[in-house]
Design a protein around this ligand. Structure first.
Ligand code: MNH
Ligand code: ZN
Length: 183
């Protein structure tokens, strides 16, 4: 997992709990002296351990933390790569473009990134069906990023995780119902 993702979690923890809390979490979950550099890769276990401890520290469930983290992560990625996000005029276009545009650009910018396979299709206006597949099984992170994208476009999104790799399916299915408020 790239340091940029860890930096998103770090920013969230520091904002909510302060620097000392982050130092404690690091001490427990990473080798001594760990500093995350955006463009470098670190073991996936570290992010899982950190997220679990953030959940405990904030008395949130793991899915809740990953969602909060995902929302935070979207603004973090947008701040770091504004031109990528600027390719899209609306929520639906961005979601449809994750695999073939966003992550293609990401793969040019980062050395050997670990990206999921995402296939998203508009079933009808206001309804997108997303299939997620990754050996890292970070589908909750995907949910968080979807909520983050919705917030960015001022869209109200409701998600239904219709099937999940954590239950033994070969991919996750996320139903996205969204509405652009008028007036
Ligand atoms: Mn994207 C990793 C989904 C938007 C850049 N992204 C991930 C992962 C998921 C994901 C899930 C975690 C890896 C995995 O599951 O195997 N990303 C999304 C979704 C959206 C999204 C659902 C929008 C909604 N991602 C973006 C945007 C950017 C971006 C916007 C940048 C502008 N994503 C990344 C980077 C990684 C990543 C960078 C980290 C890759 C790595 O760790 O090697
Ligand atoms: Zn899932």
């Amino acid at each position: 997992m790239k340091g940029v993702i860890f930096r998103g979690l770090e920013a969230l923890v520091i904002e909510k709990c302060g620097m000392a809390a982050w130092d404690d979490l690091l001490e427990k979950n990473a080798p001594e002296g760990r500093v995350y550099i955006s463009a470098e890769s670190y073991p996936d276990e570290e992010i899982v351990g950190l997220a679990q401890d953030v959940a405990t520290a904030l008395s949130m469930s793991m899915p809740e933390v990953l969602k909060a983290f995902g929302e935070y992560l979207f603004s973090h990625l947008k701040a770091r790569h504004p031109s990528i996000v600027a390719n899209f005029n609306c929520f639906a276009d961005l979601i449809i473009g994750i695999d073939k545009v966003i992550h293609v650009e990401v793969a040019k910018l980062y050395h050997e990134p670990n990206l999921p396979e995402i296939d998203a299709q508009i079933i009808e206006d206001g309804f997108i069906l997303m299939r997620y597949n990754s050996k890292r099984q970070l589908c909750m992170c995907a949910e968080g990023l979807i909520f983050g994208a919705a917030a960015h476009y001022g869209v109200d999104a409701k998600l239904n995780h219709a099937q999940c790799m954590h239950d033994g399916f070969d991919s996750c299915l996320i139903e996205i119902k969204y509405e652009t408020p008028h007036g």
